[in-house]
Design a protein around this ligand. Structure first.
Ligand SMILES: Nc1ncnc2c1ncn2[C@@H]1O[C@H](COP(=O)(O)OP(=O)(O)O)[C@@H](O)[C@H]1O
Ligand SMILES: [Mg+2]
Length: 299
């Protein structure tokens, strides 16, 4: 597999604090790598190392298969912490400033503003922009020069649900056309519907990596239904859901599944004359899984 990002034992210290502790990261082309960890875990520090904003104390970085990082980094767009924008200027004027380096023509600037949904802002100055609009302009700046890798640090921090959806759709759209992403977040929901892989970071170390499939397998819910006739209820559910995994325990059926909406199960049972006394979900969900991995102060 071709690696876009490869680090070996990357370590960064600030004084006595080890912010990044021996991280070996391998990210392939086309991935949306979700770096998740609570505040202070080391996400921003890792991203600063990748983009060259700081230097490592030890360990190595390879980008696009090259150790010549200065050139490789020309192919990276990043938004780390809040975007550094000129508040008294419009979106277009801001883009013009940042476009100097990549010599991006005006037509391309307009296209990027359109892409992030800011084409209608005209004479409006950035100081009058909402947080979401600023964030999107930050992403448009990061997109100058058509980078193959985008590194976004908490891109939806502080956005409302509509803003979150817009950013998420934009990420998916760019990913469809080949852009690889590393997105850091302390919120699972930010990554939940976009990441192709999760890297869990705690105390500067990469503690676990997993795909969404592996995550949902680990979070399989145990649904317990207390019914009048468990074997009959089981036969009804097996007929309706040939793939279902369940067992009968006394007057209960235990269903191992990631079914989100259990009311569907109740309805189906009742429709087939099964008396349902109780239906409860007992095992841990995705949030609980992360709570365990990241520590209780994760919210
Ligand atoms: N410039 C700095 N000087 C001193 N300590 C820092 C600096 N930047 C980050 N740290 C420390 O490194 C750790 C990781 O911080 P950071 O990478 O910002 O975490 P995250 O982005 O996951 O919230 C924290 O303990 C933080 O206080
Ligand atoms: Mg951070």
């Amino acid at each position: 597999m071709d690696h876009i990002v490869k680090t070996e034992s990357l370590t960064k210290k600030y004084g006595t604090k080890t912010a990044v502790n021996g991280i070996s990261l391998h990210i392939g082309k086309g991935e949306i790598y979700g770096l998740i960890g609570k505040n202070g875990a080391g996400k921003t520090s890792l991203m600063k190392l990748l983009t060259g904003l700081t230097l490592p104390d030890s360990g190595s970085i390879e980008l696009f298969g090259r150790a010549d990082l200065n050139n490789a980094r020309k192919n990276i767009g990043s938004l780390i912490e809040a975007p550094a924008l000129y508040k008294n200027e419009t979106a277009f004027e801001n883009m013009k400033r940042f476009a100097l380096l990549s010599q991006t023509p005006d037509g391309e600037i307009s296209r990027l503003l359109e892409l992030v949904g800011l084409s209608g802002t005209g004479k409006k100055k950035v100081k009058a922009f909402s947080l979401g609009m600023r964030q999107r302009l930050g992403i448009a700046v990061a997109l100058l020069g058509s980078p193959d890798l985008l590194i976004l640090d908490e891109p939806i921090n502080g956005l409302d649900p509509a803003g979150i959806k817009e950013i998420r759709d934009l990420i998916l759209e760019l990913n469809r056309t080949g852009t690889t992403f590393i997105i850091a977040s302390h919120l699972l929901d930010e990554l939940g519907r976009t990441a192709t892989r999760y890297g869990i970071i705690a105390d500067g170390a990469l503690v676990e990596e997993l795909t969404p499939q592996e995550l949902s397998a680990k979070c399989r819910a145990l649904i317990k239904a207390v019914v009048h006739d468990a074997p009959y209820a089981a036969s009804v559910l097996t007929r309706l859901h040939p793939d279902i995994s369940l067992e009968c325990v006394g007057n209960e059926i235990h269903i191992f599944s990631a079914i989100e909406d259990t009311s569907v199960l109740t309805e189906e049972l009742v429709r087939n004359q099964v008396r349902v006394y109780e239906l409860k979900i007992e095992s841990k969900g995705v949030e609980d899984f992360f709570l365990e991995r990241l520590g209780r102060s994760y919210e």
